[in-house]
Design a protein around this ligand. Structure first.
Ligand SMILES: [Fe+2]
Ligand SMILES: [Fe+2]
Length: 149
């Protein structure tokens, strides 16, 4: 059984973001499995770094979509993302310096943060984005777009 199981409760209704969340969960599961196999520190650092890089690209994509939609709670959401990135960078530096390794405590903290973030903070934009997509251009006939005449 995987360390974190994807369920439909995690869905944010936007396929590109769901796919990214699934990949993030897969990377945490890979980190967990690799730790249990007692792999080398280098291998654990590599997966942790991949997780943090992918996290940053996901945050950028998610915030880009929210900015485009003029999401009113974007700043608070962005600050939560930044806090996670700062902590992750600090942990990675400590790992590289040999002060810390990937432990069960770290994995439990990752699982807790991601589950709470996707099920809490991310879910807050679901209804907003879905309402915005109904009003997106193309949903109405616009005389200005007519090329006839
Ligand atoms: Fe988010
Ligand atoms: Fe997200």
């Amino acid at each position: 059984m995987a360390f974190i199981n994807w369920t439909s409760a995690f869905s944010v209704g936007t396929p590109v973001l769901d796919d990214q969340h699934k990949l993030l969960i897969a990377l945490i599961n890979e980190l967990h499995a690799t730790m249990l196999q007692k792999s080398t520190e280098e291998e654990l650092h590599r997966i942790f770094q991949e997780l943090m890089l992918y996290t940053e690209s996901h945050f950028k994509c998610e915030e880009g979509l929210l900015r485009q939609a003029c999401y009113p709670r974007l700043i608070a959401h962005h600050l939560q993302h930044m806090e996670f990135v700062d902590q992750g960078r600090r942990l990675y530096d400590e790992q590289i310096a040999g002060k810390r390794t990937v432990s069960m405590d770290l994995l439990v903290a990752l699982k807790k943060w991601w589950s709470e973030h996707i099920l809490g903070t991310d879910q807050q934009y679901v209804a907003y984005l879905s309402a915005m997509s109904c009003e997106a251009p193309g949903g109405h006939d616009s005389p200005a777009l007519s090329l006839g005449g």
